[in-house]
Design a protein around this ligand. Structure first.
Ligand code: DAH
Length: 339
């Protein structure tokens, strides 16, 4: 029995030394001291001894048991401390580490350009008007003097919802809506999204943005248009900017013009950017066609007006020197961060 006890004690010592955590200790305790434990078995074996042998044997077992128990408790205390230390270490907040910052972000160049343009016109007394992006053919085309099957529709091929409903191809239907509903005089600008069946490239996108302008009052002339657009161009591209009108054709204005601004790169002398023109094309404009006024219930004998429409992406790419419109839609943070 003595040998057996020595063996158990050394087994216990090894098991305790190898315990890595409290569960191992608990297992060790069961192994030696549980119902089927090795020490328990030795105790049971004492029944076979003679009454004379029992006290000495009992003492041996008790001593071995006390030593093992002491080792177990000591290891238990050590591992409890260790577990706590590990827990504290894992939960420690390192306040010297930089925090996770959320970048608040900022406005997109299209928004910046829209706001800059709107501000310019608001400063001249214009009001902002809005219209739906899903528009009826009647407003998008017919009342702007673009009848069904007219070739002027070809350049504005669009997404049809059904025969009468389209994704608007320009912001010009807001002119119509405004003339039909607002009292005269009218002085509005209308920023918004428009749609065309265009393949995306450096200067085209099937979805883009425009700003429309419309002024209707007594005695409005082409001179007023030139004044308004010239102020706009100076505000957006700099005080020295001049505008130039070239004759053009739009169904809803008569006369119509394409409006260019002096090249901001060379100041009008001619360079690579403006292809030696000195000017860069920016927008379309004209005097509102009397037919359009009449269709919208305004007497062209009493009232006249001017209108213009410009692409916001065009202004943004020009103003911020961006060489492809696509960059505006890719939403690459490295690009957007620069504005
Ligand atoms: N709606 C025209 C377009 O998208 C732009 C335009 C030209 C608007 C002349 C006008 C205008 O109001 O007078 O191409």
């Amino acid at each position: 029995m003595k040998e057996r006890l020595v063996q158990i004690e050394s087994d216990a010592e090894r098991a305790i030394a190898q315990s890595a955590n409290l569960r191992d200790i608990e297992e060790a305790r069961l192994r030696f001291w549980g119902k089927k434990g090795e020490l328990t078995a030795v105790l049971r074996g004492m029944a076979a001894l003679t009454p004379e042998e029992r006290p000495a044997a009992g003492q041996l077992v008790n001593e071995a048991r006390a030593r093992i128990e002491a080792r177990l408790s000591e290891a238990e205390a050590r591992l409890t401390r260790l577990a706590l230390e590990q827990k504290i270490a894992a939960e420690t907040l390192d306040i010297t580490l930089p925090g996770k910052r959320r970048s608040p972000g900022h406005k997109h160049p299209i928004t910046l350009a829209t706001e800059a343009i709107c501000e310019t016109f608001l400063g001249m007394g214009y009001q902002i008007a809005e219209g739906p992006e899903i528009e009826i053919d009647h407003f998008n085309f017919e009342l702007l003097n673009i009848p069904k099957d007219h070739p002027a529709r070809d350049t504005q091929d669009t997404f049809y919802i059904d025969d009468d409903v389209v994704l608007r191809t320009h912001t010009s239907p807001v002119q119509v809506r405004t003339m039909l509903t607002r009292p005269l005089p009218i002085k509005i600008i209308c920023p918004g999204r428009v749609y065309r069946v265009d393949t995306a490239d450096a200067t085209h996108s099937p979805v883009f943005h425009q700003i429309e302008g419309l002024v209707v009052d007594r005695g409005i002339t082409m001179g007023d248009l030139v004044g308004a657009l010239s102020t706009f161009a100076k505000n957006i591209f700099g005080e020295d900017t001049k505008i130039r009108l070239r004759p053009h054709h739009f169904q809803f204005t008569e006369p119509s013009a394409e409006v260019d601004v002096t090249c901001w790169e060379c100041g009008g002398k001619g360079c690579r950017l403006c292809k030696n023109e000195g000017f860069i094309e920016l927008l379309g404009a004209g005097v509102v066609n009397p037919k359009v006024l009449k269709m919208c219930g305004i007497d062209p004998e009493v009232y006249s007006g001017f209108a213009f429409g410009l692409g916001i992406e065009r202004v943004a790419t020009c103003k911020y020197n961006i060489n492809s419109m696509r960059l505006l839609y890719e939403n690459d943070i490295r690009f957007l961060r620069q504005f």
